[in-house]
Design a protein around this ligand. Structure first.
Ligand code: SF4
Length: 405
């Protein structure tokens, strides 16, 4: 009897091993952690009037020198062997000012260095008027499956006032070239609250873009940043009431075209939400590569130097270009969990908070939550806490209240 028992046990063990191997080979049992990559290309044709991003114009030689430095950084970066890269975002600047082959080269480097998920989301930012058929085909060859166009407005007068390099016609042309090249996941950025912009002109921009059926629309409102040409001008900006109406119209028009709002400024067709950005809001670990790019690895935040000379000279010694290392305390992590998570319309989960931090949401934020529920700005349903529609339109002070002293 004991012999039979042993044989049976061995068989059960064998079967379990077989099942485990099958699951691992078929990706059901992936023990690797998720990592997102952000790659910064700091070049633009010319600087827009409102922009304070780390970007600017540069000649072909300077651009190539930067790419060589970026390749050195990738070669010398830790291998992240316990991780699998789920999304890559090539942003800037305007990455589409570079020759398409350089982007192919870049992604080949990335693939040789990191382990990439087979169904990963790979996005590139592009400005209308800076892509052609060949470039877009290069992107597809490189495995890029999402393109994000900085359109900003459907009105040529507004585009000119913003200092954009393109017209609405240029955008239409780039958009249809991208479709022809096989891009079935396209985002369009639009901007409200522009100087002299009327509610009607904002509605028209939204409708013109929505009629093209991009899979995703990011609708931001203009922020006047210090040190930009706009900050030095006297601008005829829409007042608060006008801005609120624009925000509400955005929701109404885009929902009417089949988009759903999943974050304060972002709308997607079902299943086309930006996975990379959702990762930021859910605090997935990410590594920034390139000038000035930020990272969150484990619970440590740091960023690369924003000084081009230092980056070019030292990108091969990653320890020397990484700055402002900050290990987040438990309180910092809770704050981030709340103010990033509440940006999404699905909000945050009480159960997840308890699992992550070993204490309840009410224990830490009971008073704040109670206050905003009473004001009708937050709502609690089953396991989730989220902003109401009214809460979304005044989100900044509400989110700021989740900072712990
Ligand atoms: S294209 Fe984008 S990154 Fe470049 S200057 Fe304009 S807003 Fe800034």
């Amino acid at each position: 009897m004991r012999i039979f028992h042993k044989i049976l046990c061995f068989h059960v063990q064998d079967i379990l091993w077989e099942v485990l191997i099958y699951l691992m080979q078929n990706g059901y049992c992936n023990m690797k952690k998720e990592l997102e990559l952000y790659i910064h290309i700091p070049f633009c044709v010319k600087k827009c009037e409102y922009c304070d991003f780390l970007s600017g114009p540069a000649g072909n030689q300077a651009q190539r020198e930067y790419m060589e430095a970026l390749f050195r950084e990738i070669d010398r970066t830790e291998k992240f062997e316990d991780y699998e890269v789920s999304t890559i975002f090539i942003g800037g600047g305007t990455p589409s000012v570079l020759p398409g082959e350089w982007i192919e080269e870049l992604l080949e480097k990335v693939r040789n260095h990191f382990s990439l998920k087979t169904d990963g989301e790979i996005s590139i930012e592009a400005n209308p008027g800076t892509v052609d058929e060949d470039k877009l085909r290069s992107y597809r060859r490189a495995g890029i499956n999402r393109i994000s166009f900085g359109c900003q407005s459907g009105d040529d007068r507004e585009l000119k006032m913003l200092g954009r390099i393109h017209t609405w016609k240029d955008f239409l042309e780039s958009f249809s070239l991208a479709r022809a090249a096989g891009f079935s996941n396209i985002n369009v950025d639009l901007m409200s609250g522009l100087p002299g912009q009327s509610l009607r002109s904002w509605e028209e921009s939204l409708e013109k873009v929505a009629k093209l059926h991009p899979e995703h629309v990011s609708a931001y409102s203009l922020i006047i940043e210090e040190g930009t040409p706009f900050a030095l001008k006297e601008l005829d900006l829409p007042d608060e009431e006008e801005e609120r109406k624009m925000y509400e119209k955005t929701h109404e028009i885009l929902e009417g075209f089949g988009y759903h709002q999943y974050e304060i400024s972002n709308y997607g067709k079902p299943g086309r939400e930006c996975r990379h950005n959702i990762g930021y809001w859910k605090r997935t670990e990410y590594l920034g590569l390139g000038l000035g790019s930020a990272s969150l690895i484990g619970e440590t935040r740091f960023h690369n130097t924003g000084k081009m000379e230092a980056y070019l000279a030292n990108s091969g010694k990653v320890g020397e270009i990484r700055e402002d290392r900050e290990v987040l305390t438990r309180e910092n992590q809770m704050e981030e969990y709340m103010f990033l998570g509440l940006r999404m319309l699905e909000g945050v989960s009480e159960r997840e908070f308890q699992e992550k931090f070993g204490t309840s949401l009410t224990n830490i934020y009971g008073n704040v939550i109670k206050k905003y529920i009473q004001m009708g700005l937050l709502e609690q349903k089953e396991d989730r806490l989220f902003l109401t529609r009214r809460g979304i339109s005044v989100s900044n002070p509400v989110l700021a209240d989740f900072l712990l002293d």
